[in-house]
Ligand binder design. Structure first.
Ligand code: ADP
Length: 475
């Protein structure tokens, strides 16, 4: 074995190589089943010969897919760490360059480096940048170049047969739908593992992992505080949870305190929710125009919440005291069992459009700002969930996998259906906001005056507001 240091820097700047990652499965919390599945691979990697005698081979490729920040990189490193193998990482976007031939030669470099230290692990993050469908729309440009790179990956993965050149390739993506089906065929990335957002228990477990090196007054207090944070962080990723604890640690140090307390954690949580905060922490410093935009956004969200109420999560209050990329509206804890129907999912898409629709309406399409930026993302996320996870649309559930291959034109079909839902949602949302324009204005005024408004007052205004009839919008 050569020493890793000999990996020429100039030759392969885009590769990051680690002899040992030092990461173990203990560092990943929540979603225990993922670890169990990957642990099996580690066992095979460790006793390869023994397993080979029994005819059990390690998969050549593992694809981790899920939203950013959910721990995909961490898992890849944990596999390497647990198996005690060197780790070679690159990012799919680094392969796609303007110059002809670069993509293919970089892929070759990566595999050659990993092979000279085999058995080893290759990790390709954002593999969709290079591995998206051939012949599809060429969004980022460099289509032919990317295709060469993709072909090279396929060639490399098909190439290593003997045990001595054993290299496990781990890919990560949040766009499984746009990957070229050839990548997912047997003998390539034939193990696909979904890494999703953590549940409440998962969030608590993740917080516990990152609290290991932090100081709390007592274990009992720590557990109670983290439990509270886990409850307040629905939809947060592991990376965001880690940030909360780090931020709380910094706040604690700044205040010269010995232990992280409730106040610091809640403050850190607030900051994490407003990732796109413009730096002003004090509400008095929010510029007037931004206040107006925030007020309109919250008012629109409130009106939609009245018109299409979420049966499982009543809203409680909202304010314009912090600049966040997502609405400030707060909700009661979900109570009882959730029996969401299709209409509930569709309504959530419509509601999610409110910040974007109102901003375009009031300030113009060329004059929108960050505070509505996450709305479209949220809406399309709800639409994708409805289509891919619930099986309640024309798409059907699991329709997208046939044997080992993805259904042809999956991305196009998915996108067409999602567009239909999005188009309906935007139209419906605009229609509701026009019908209840007077309520939107009244709530906006109150927010500007008092900074906040409670559910009871919102309902009152909504019920009494004069309405402007609109043509029907049908799904
Ligand atoms: P991804 O590759 O999915 O974008 P990362 O692995 O880069 O996410 O996650 C960033 C960091 O967030 C990790 O290094 C880890 O500290 C933390 N993290 C994310 N998910 C988890 C988890 N499930 N358990 C513990 N830590 C996590």
């Amino acid at each position: 074995r050569r020493a890793l240091g000999s990996l020429g820097k100039s030759r392969a700047k885009f590769i990051s190589a680690e002899e040992t990652t030092g990461v173990t499965f203990d560092d990943f919390a929540g979603q225990e089943y993922i670890k169990r599945e990957l642990q099996e691979i580690v066992r095979i990697l460790k006793n390869d010969e023994e397993f080979q005698d029994k005819g059990i081979y390690c998969p050549k490729g593992v694809l981790l897919h899920g939203p950013p920040g959910t721990g995909k990189t961490l898992l890849a490193k944990a596999i390497a760490g647990e198996a005690g193998l060197p780790f070679f990482a690159a990012n799919g976007t680094d392969f796609v360059e303007m110059f002809v031939g670069v993509a293919a030669s970089r892929v070759k470099d990566l595999f050659a480096s990993a092979r000279s230290f085999a058995p080893s692990i290759i990790f390709i993050d954002e593999i969709d940048a290079i591995g998206s469908k051939r012949g599809g729309p060429d969004i980022g440009g460099g289509g032919a170049e990317r295709e060469q790179g993709l072909l090279q990956i396929l060639t490399e993965m098909d190439g290593f047969k003997e045990f001595t050149s054993q290299v496990l390739v781990i890919g990560a993506t949040n766009r499984l739908d746009i990957l070229d089906p050839a990548l997912l065929r047997k003998g390539r990335f034939d193990k696909i593992v979904r890494v999703g957002l953590p549940s409440k228990d998962g969030r608590l477990a993740i917080l516990m992992v990152h609290a290991r090196n932090k100081f709390f007054r007592s274990e009992k207090e720590r557990d109670a505080l983290l439990q509270e944070i886990a409850e307040l962080t629905e939809d947060f990723t592991g990376a965001e949870l880690q940030n909360i604890l780090n931020e709380a640690g910094i706040l604690t140090a700044r205040k010269d305190l010995d232990y992280i307390g409730r106040e610091e954690l809640l403050e850190a949580l607030k900051r994490q929710k407003g990732t796109f905060e413009t730096g002003q922490e004090d509400s008095t410093e929010i510029p007037e125009e931004l206040k107006l935009r925030l007020a309109y956004r919250e008012a629109a969200v409130a009106v939609l919440a009245c018109y299409l109420p979420d049966p499982f999560r009543p809203f409680t209050e909202t304010d314009i005291n912090s600049i966040t990329s997502q609405p400030n509206m707060r909700y009661a804890e979900t109570a009882g069992r959730i029996f969401a129907r299709k209409s509930d999912y569709v309504n959530s898409i419509v509601r999610a459009c409110a910040p974007r629709v109102i901003e375009e309406e009031m300030f113009g399409v060329n004059n929108m700002c960050w505070i509505s930026a996450k709305a479209t993302l949220e809406a399309s996320r709800h639409a994708e969930f409805l289509i891919l996870q619930t099986g309640m649309t024309a798409f059907g559930k699991a329709f997208y996998r046939k044997h080992n291959d993805l259904v042809p034109n999956l991305a196009a079909k998915l996108e067409a259906l999602r567009d239909e839902y999005m188009q309906y949602a935007v139209e419906k949302c605009s229609s509701v906001l026009r019908e209840y324009h007077s309520a939107v204005e009244t709530i906006t005024d109150i927010l500007l005056e008092k900074g906040q408004i409670e559910a009871s007052e919102i309902w009152d205004i909504y019920k009494r507001a004069p309405r402007i009839p609109q043509p029907t919008v049908n799904p």
